[in-house]
Design a protein around this ligand. Structure first.
Ligand SMILES: [Cu+2]
Length: 275
């Protein structure tokens, strides 16, 4: 059974195994296929047209499935590995152990944003940025420079308190839990974390940075926390919404699963704490 743990609680051995599995997926080319898929959806999802991965109700189930596919790929390399989550309300500075050289490495140097330490630094030769939006082939970060503060637990609580999953017009203008968690409206949780990390994480090719998976694993955990808090609320819209994935409609690119089929994470993984 897969148990997703807080990244801050991983042992040295768990970190080593996760890093090794990431580098093997990268070497084999399977990693970059995930970056390509994510970028295609970022480019294709629009507020007034078809929208599936982002700025829409299916942001949460789409990323749940995307992470499941990625976690299964990691487990095909090392069956003991699970995706950890990064609780950025607690581990909220560049001094967090997440950014140490034995795990993800730190922020980028000022000249060009290049990450200079850790297993994903360009100098290792193990982490070429192949799926990219410009000529730069090295992992970049600028932790805390484009936006100073990561969201606080109080800000997270204010969003978890919202009882309605999502609302018309089902896009970046919506009120409700999904769009406040995604961050287009209000205190801004998910989007702000992408901006805080900077570098590739601030772009459509954000999965180039392995922290992407840990950020989204925490967003996914917050969805589970919201469900426990609002047992009478569920995914919306229910049916008949143009350009938007309704509860029982299949989602691209897989075309074999629906939001309804992804509401319960427990057949696939559990978390170390209920939260
Ligand atoms: Cu995304």
């Amino acid at each position: 059974m897969t148990i997703r743990k807080n990244q801050a609680a991983l042992t040295a051995d768990e970190k080593r195994r996760l890093v090794a599995a990431l580098i093997e997926l990268k070497r084999s080319g399977r990693y970059d296929a995930f970056v390509t898929t994510h970028n295609a959806f970022i480019l294709g999802d629009t507020d007034n047209g078809e929208r599936t991965g982002h700025r829409s109700p299916s942001f949460l189930p789409w990323h749940r499935r995307f992470l499941l596919e990625f976690e299964r790929a990691l487990q095909s390399v090392d069956p003991t590995v699970a995706l950890p989550y990064w609780d950025w309300t607690t581990d909220r500075t560049p001094r967090a152990s997440l950014w140490a050289p034995d795990f993800l490495g730190g922020t980028g140097r000022s000249r060009d944003g290049q990450v200079m330490d850790g297993p994903f630094a360009a100098s290792t030769g193990n982490w070429p940025i192949n799926v990219r939006i410009d000529g730069r082939t090295f992992l970049r970060r600028a932790l805390g420079s484009a936006v100073r503060q990561l969201p606080t637990r109080a800000e997270v609580e204010s969003v978890l308190a919202m009882p309605t999953y999502d609302m018309a017009p089902w896009n970046s203008a919506s009120d409700g839990f999904r769009n406040h968690l995604e961050g287009w409206r209000g205190v801004n949780l998910h989007n702000r974390v992408h901006v805080w990390v900077g570098g590739q994480m601030g772009t459509g090719v954000s999965p180039n940075d392995p922290v992407f998976w840990m950020h989204h694993a925490y967003i996914d955990k917050l969805w589970a926390e919201w469900q426990r808090r609002h047992p009478g609320s569920t995914y919306l819209p229910a049916a008949g919404t143009p350009n938007v994935v309704d509860l029982d409609e299949t989602m691209k690119p897989w075309n074999d699963t629906t939001p309804a089929a992804l509401l319960d994470h427990t057949p696939h993984y559990t978390f170390d704490t209920a939260g």
